[in-house]
Structures are given as C-alpha cells and as structure tokens.
Design a protein around this ligand. Structure first.
Ligand code: FES
Length: 138
C-alpha cells in the first residue's frame, strides 16, 4: 500500500492533497443527505479520485472517494488522531490516509490500518441514483 505523495512541510502544516470541488455547484444538501451530481464532479470519475466537501450548510466535513473497487465511499473528513487533520485517498483508491506527518491510514470501510489514530474513522452509507450520488450523513 503506497502512501499519499505529500511533501514533509505539507504534512507538518496539514495541507491535504484533495482540494475543494472544481464545480462548487456539483452538490446540494437535501433532507439530511448530500446529493452529488456526478456529471458535474469530474474528481470522482477515476478510482482514487475524491471530492472534499465542507462548509455551510453541511453539518460536518466529508471526503467522498471513488475506491479501487469501483464503488463510492464517504467518510467524515476528520482523522481520529488528536490533530484531527483531513484525509486524502490512497493512490488507486485502496483507502484513505491522514494528511499529517503520522499518516494514519484507513481502509474503504473506515477501519484503521496503521498509524496512531485510536479508532476507525466514521463512514457514511452512499447510494447511486442515476447521475446522483447520495451520501446519507444523518
Ligand atoms: S491527525 Fe491524523 S495521524 Fe495525527
């Protein structure tokens, strides 16, 4: 399993690889669900791609990943280690990794694989309805 390619200073500062969506209008919040229009989210076309969602009206920070298994996975974008840094997808979409120096790593179910994080990261159920990816965050 290959680490996310980050420079040491980026890990010190906790700067994640995954940026905000190129199309800020690619998602909406509807009835406690995040609804992503996949046609407007090129970040999720390939395995290992990810979309970082945060800010109002969202109740938390989320990372949505297209996994190596071809499925979509959604996580609370908050490492469970004390720095609570953001996560990035592992190369190829095998899991997710904290952007900090300690690189806590989780599988696609959110289970901790390595690093100092004390517990699994929270994941959320997702469903695909045509071109819509629905993340059930509540
Ligand atoms: S905050 Fe993630 S490993 Fe420390």
């Amino acid at each position: 399993m290959q680490d996310v390619n980050r420079k040491f200073w980026q890990r010190i500062l906790g700067i994640p690889q995954t940026g905000m969506p190129t199309d800020p209008g690619c998602w909406t919040m509807e009835d406690g669900k995040v609804v992503i229009n996949l046609a407007r989210a090129p970040e999720l076309k390939e395995a290992g791609g990810a979309l970082r969602l945060e800010g109002p009206p969202l109740p938390g920070r989320y990372l949505v990943v297209k996994g190596a298994d071809g499925s979509y996975h959604a996580f609370e974008n908050r490492c469970t280690h004390l720095g609570h840094r953001r996560l990035d997808p592992l190369p190829g979409g095998e899991g997710v990794q904290c952007c900090s120096v300690n690189k806590s790593t989780y599988n696609l179910s959110g289970e901790k694989l390595k690093g100092p994080a004390p517990r699994d990261v929270k994941s959320f159920p997702v469903s695909v309805e045509g071109e819509k990816l629905v993340v059930h965050v509540s």
